[in-house]
Design a protein around this ligand. Structure first.
Ligand SMILES: CC(C)(COP(=O)([O-])OP(=O)([O-])OC[C@H]1O[C@@H](n2cnc3c(N)ncnc32)[C@H](O)[C@@H]1OP(=O)([O-])[O-])[C@@H](O)C(=O)NCCC(=O)NCCSC(=O)C[C@@](C)(O)CC(=O)[O-]
Length: 733
């Protein structure tokens, strides 16, 4: 049996204390509200709409909004407290009480807008702009401003709400400066295909970075199916109300939200980790019932009881060999939009990690022939196909104003921009952090450079440069002959650290609503590799001898490459523990060494290497390689054949475990006579929910996705045709 680790999942926002209570018949006393909120927080809910800042006369249930918000902030510091405010006045009160995010409702239906906030839709968009302007004036610690599009899927007053109206409204709200735009099915009329279409259309209009939660009511029993459709479309935030409370008092026919406990049950059962303890969440209904005696409570899990088959995603076990449950979308980062300005290895490997994990990574290549890396030869021949899978390509000349304007549209709707050009190059193009963050404050901007800020920051750099100056070449070669490692270790690791920094900044953005600049340095990456040798140099007071020195002091009796019986066949063997040593001696007829009282400890054994190694070499030289490896494997002693790159294509472990992805190599234009059009190249070295990240897209042709990407960014077909005709956009047939 294999344990399936937590699949990275979704954030569920409880809206019961706000949306849930506003339709309740009775007013819940403040102390009862706080007890209920505490019970839900203990179940693992990390964010909640705690109150609505509206005139108490209109909604007496919310008269204690400020007191509740203040108390939640004081009692649950790790928790994200969110409030609804229909106008600037309410937003100011909410912020004064400590709300970390403020939702301003804007109805897509004109009729509902007038009934709900007594303003037209346009007037309410203007109110959002006022709220945003005021919030920006608060500086660093301002609340996140979310615009929630009510009646996005239809309205009982108006009837149909055209999807185009919702998309236009979303754009208007984004232009008004809302950090996030959420979609609400206030009446519960949505169906899964409607959810898919609208999510896709709104995301294309405002970018994934701004698309917020799905807020689903369950009038017709479709809310769970709609949540699933949203999940498959990449939505990662869902609202729910415990016991299915809620409804809009100003939308006739509006009934409760999807029950949070039913949503958690569905998602966890589908292998999507929510971080919520379902039994404890169900138990929190008790606190709700005490606060609202007599109020009908909904929810199927509570009515049916938790089924005995229920297993949270994080603890699910499946029989070995069975296909494990996986997130039914294209990777945990689905929905994240990344714009990559890159070449060579460092930037592309950073983007590839995000792309393999499901992000939509759009590589912006210079025209007309695309990234020069495509045409590198010799040792750099495979760079392009290796590091650019799962990405889309748009080929734009950023040195032309029209090209720069189009790329700015991409950056405006992105979650992440990453680049690895020469220091200052992006600033010179008008695409530095300052310029792009002014355009898109939620942007996380990652610069992959030779050096982090400091005296060397102006230098360009390559992997080889930092291996030389960073001590790695000294540690690798024979004495006096510095030798770089046989792969772009710092480029790849530097890209990886860049990706880690991006994920950290995205995590921070969840709390602050703002992006930021992160940087990764090749030299500093190399220092991570050198730390162990620096520590040893400090302990011993002298430089360690390099690995290429035959006299290097090894701490174990056997840690070497040996010849097997067949000429030219070699095997590495490492015996690194006393138990291993005894078993090794028994298996290979070295009982005299095992029983030698002078060879009792690892340090004695290490000292005795000159005596031990010839004996071991003599035994191994008589054994065929396959037999030698089989005996070492049975013993549990670490061993390895000496492989060359082409041996790895047929490695049985890689083949059987999904470790090789069939990547198209034809983008490596520097090859004179390509031997193969496709080869198994390594997948990311991680397993998520039991699955290896997959190949979703082959490395792109130059500008292959230019047209679709620019359309998604809002350019018209005529504008795109003009860019192509003017030679600014290449490859977008
Ligand atoms: C790698 C170097 C040294 C190359 O340095 P460089 O050759 O000077 O290139 P660059 O980065 O300045 O090139 C960018 C040029 O392309 C332009 N550009 C870009 N996009 C567009 C566009 N769409 N439209 C129009 N123009 C565009 C950009 O504006 C700029 O124009 P310029 O200022 O030259 O006029 C430098 O980029 C650098 O230091 N980068 C930071 C660190 C880094 O990433 N280093 C490379 C790591 S990967 C690697 O080195 C592989 C290797 C060799 O190490 C492998 C190994 O050893 O194992």
């Amino acid at each position: 049996m294999a344990e399936i680790p937590a699949a990275p999942g979704v954030v569920i926002r409880e809206v019961g204390p706000r949306d849930g209570l506003q339709n309740a018949r009775a007013v819940m006393p403040t102390a009862r509200k706080l007890a209920w909120i505490a019970a839900m927080a203990e179940a693992g809910l990390a964010e909640m709409e705690v109150a609505s800042f509206v005139p108490p006369a209109a909604m007496p249930q919310m008269a204690d909004a400020a007191a509740v918000t203040r108390a939640v902030r004081a009692r649950h510091p790790g928790f994200r407290a969110i409030a609804l405010a229909p106008n600037l006045r309410g937003a100011k009160d909410a912020a004064a009480a400590g709300a970390q995010a403020i939702i301003v409702p804007v109805s897509a239906s004109e009729a509902h807008s007038r009934a709900n906030v007594r303003r037209t839709r346009d007037e309410q968009v203007a109110e959002v702009r006022r709220v945003v302007d005021w919030a920006r004036g608060l500086g660093e610690n301002r609340p996140v401003i979310e615009a929630g599009i009510a009646t996005a899927f239809g309205c009982s007053l108006q009837g149909l709400v055209p999807e185009r109206d919702v998309v236009d409204l979303a754009r208007a709200l984004a232009e008004a400066g809302a950090d996030v735009v959420a979609l609400a099915d206030t009446l519960g009329y949505a169906t899964p295909s409607h959810v898919r279409r609208l999510v896709r259309a709104v995301r294309a209009e405002i970018g994934a970075a701004r698309l917020g939660n799905l807020h689903l009511h369950d009038t017709l029993g479709t809310a769970l199916a709609n949540a699933m459709a949203g999940l498959e479309e990449g939505v990662r935030g869902f609202d729910g109300a415990l016991a299915g409370l809620g409804g809009c008092p100003f939308a006739p026919g509006s009934v409760g939200n999807v029950a949070t406990e039913d949503l958690v049950h569905l998602l966890e059962s589908e292998g999507v980790h929510t971080g919520i303890d379902l039994p404890r969440l169900v138990a929190a209904r008790e606190a709700l019932a005490q606060g609202l005696p007599g109020e009908p409570l909904q929810g199927r899990v509570a009515a049916a009881g938790l089924p005995p088959t229920y297993r949270p995603a994080a603890t699910r076990v499946v029989p070995a060999g069975a296909k494990p449950p996986v997130l039914p979308v294209h990777g945990p980062l689905a929905g994240l939009r990344v714009i990559e300005f890159s070449h060579m290895v460092m930037g592309p490997s950073c983007g590839m990690i995000l792309a393999d994990l499901g992000a939509d990574v759009i590589k912006v290549e210079p025209g007309p022939r695309g990234d020069n890396t495509r045409r590198l030869t010799g040792a750099a021949l495979g760079f392009f196909p290796t590091f650019n899978r799962n990405k889309r390509s748009v080929c734009l000349n950023l040195k032309r104003p029209e090209g720069a304007a189009a790329a700015r549209r991409l950056a405006a709707g992105a979650d992440v921009v990453l680049e690895n050009f020469r220091p200052g190059a992006m600033d010179a193009l008008g695409f530095g952090y300052a310029a792009l963050s002014a355009l898109n404050p939620r942007l996380v901007y990652c610069s992959c450079k030779g050096f982090l800020p400091g005296p060397y920051e102006h230098r360009t750099a390559l992997d080889e440069v930092v291996q030389m100056m960073g001590g790695l070449a000294y540690m690798t070669g024979p004495p006096g002959r510095p030798l770089r490692a046989g792969s772009s270790v710092n480029d790849i690791m530097g890209g990886m650290f860049g990706a880690l920094a991006i994920l950290a900044a995205l995590r921070e953005r969840e709390a602050t609503g703002r992006g930021g600049l992160v940087q990764s340095g090749l030299f500093e990456t190399n220092m991570v590799l050198m730390a162990q040798h620096m520590a040893r140099a400090a302990i011993e007071g002298e430089d360690p001898e390099p690995f290429g020195d035959p006299a290097m002091r090894k701490p174990w009796p056997v840690y070497d490459v040996f010849s097997a019986a067949e000429p030219g066949e070699q095997v590495f063997v490492g015996v690194v523990g006393e138990g291993q040593w005894r078993a090794f001696c028994d298996a290979f007829g070295l009982a005299d060494l095992r029983d030698d009282s002078g060879l009792a400890t690892m340090s004695q054994l290490a000292e005795a290497r000159p005596r031990i190694l010839p004996r071991v070499a003599q035994v191994f030289a008589a054994l065929p390689k396959a037999e030698l490896m089989a005996r070492l494997e049975a013993l549990g002693v670490p061993f390895a054949p000496i492989a060359k790159p082409s041996d790895l294509f047929s490695d049985p472990h890689l083949l059987a475990s999904g470790g090789l992805l069939a990547v198209d190599l034809t983008g490596a234009e520097g090859a004179r006579e390509p031997h193969a059009a496709r080869a198994g190249l390594p997948a990311l070295p991680v397993s998520l929910g039991g699955s290896r990240p997959a190949l979703r897209r082959q490395p792109p042709r130059v500008g292959e996705h230019g047209r679709e990407v620019l359309r998604e960014a809002g350019l018209t077909d005529d504008e795109i045709a003009d860019l192509a005709a003017g030679g600014v956009l290449a490859g977008a047939a």
